[in-house]
Design a protein around this ligand. Structure first.
Ligand SMILES: Cc1cc2nc3c(=O)[nH]c(=O)nc-3n(C[C@H](O)[C@H](O)[C@H](O)COP(=O)(O)O)c2cc1C
Length: 175
C-alpha cells in the first residue's frame, strides 16, 4: 500500500508514516562499540551507518539522544563500526536493548582498554577516531575518521528493510 503525506494528521501518526517511508530504504546493520574506562564497553546497534569521505576516510552514524550510551559515546575519543553478517541478527537484537547486560557471557576483543572493541564474525570493521559531532535534531550525528579497517569478502550481510531483518537475495545483473 502506498501513502503520501501532506503533513496533516496527528504528530504520532505523521511520525509513524515518516518512519514507514524511511524504512523503504534498505540498509545493513552495524554495532558501534567503544571502550569504557571501567566495566563493559559501549555497544549499540545502528542502521544509520554510512560512508562520507575517501580523503580523509570518514564515516557517519547517528544516535538517538535518548540512548543510554550517548554520553559515553560523545566523550569517547575512539569507537569501532562492526558490520554484521546475516547470521548475526541475534547480536543485533542484543545491542538494540537498553540494558546493562549487553556483554553478558560474550567474548570481545580489545588490544588494550584504550583500544577499539571488535566483534568476532563481523563482515567488516572500521576502527575510528572521533572526528566531529553534529546536531541532528533528536539524534546526534557522529563522524569518525577511519584509522584501520578489515573486511571478509566471502560473507553475506544482514539487511534491515521495512522494520525487519532480511537476507540478501541475488544479483540482478551478473557482473
Ligand atoms: C536494526 C536496528 C537499527 C537501529 N539503528 C539505530 C540507529 O541508527 N540509531 C539509534 O540511535 N538507534 C538505533 N537502533 C536502536 C538502538 O539500537 C537501541 O535504542 C539501543 O537500545 C540503544 O542502546 P542504549 O540505550 O543502551 O544506548 C536500532 C535498532 C535496530 C534493531
Amino acid at each position: 500500500m502506498s501513502h503520501s503525506s501532506d503533513g496533516a494528521g496527528t504528530k504520532p501518526d505523521e511520525q509513524r508514516r515518516f518512519r514507514g517511508a524511511l524504512a523503504m530504504f534498505a540498509t545493513g546493520v552495524a554495532v558501534i562499540t567503544a571502550p569504557r574506562g571501567q566495566g563493559a564497553p559501549v555497544g549499540i546497534t545502528v542502521a544509520s551507518f554510512n560512508s562520507v569521505s575517501l580523503d580523509p576516510p570518514l564515516i557517519l552514524f547517528s544516535v538517538d539522544r535518548r540512548c543510554l550510551s550517548l554520553a559515553d559515546l560523545c566523550e569517547s575519543p575512539r569507537y569501532a563500526v562492526n558490520v554484521l553478517g546475516e547470521a548475526q541478527h541475534e547480536l543485533s537484537n542484543r545491542f538494540a536493548k537498553a540494558n546493562s547486560g549487553k556483554w553478558d557471557g560474550f567474548e570481545f576483543s580489545t588490544r588494550d582498554c584504550n583500544s577499539h572493541v571488535l566483534l568476532p564474525g563481523a563482515l567488516a570493521t572500521f576502527e575510528c577516531e572521533a572526528y566531529a559531532q553534529h546536531d541532528g535534531g533528536d539524534h546526534v550525528i557522529f563522524v569518525g575518521r577511519v584509522v584501520r579497517h578489515q573486511a571478509r569478502h566471502d560473507g553475506r550481510p544482514l539487511i534491515f528493510f521495512g522494520g525487519e531483518y532480511r537476507a540478501l537475495d541475488e544479483r540482478l545483473i551478473a557482473a
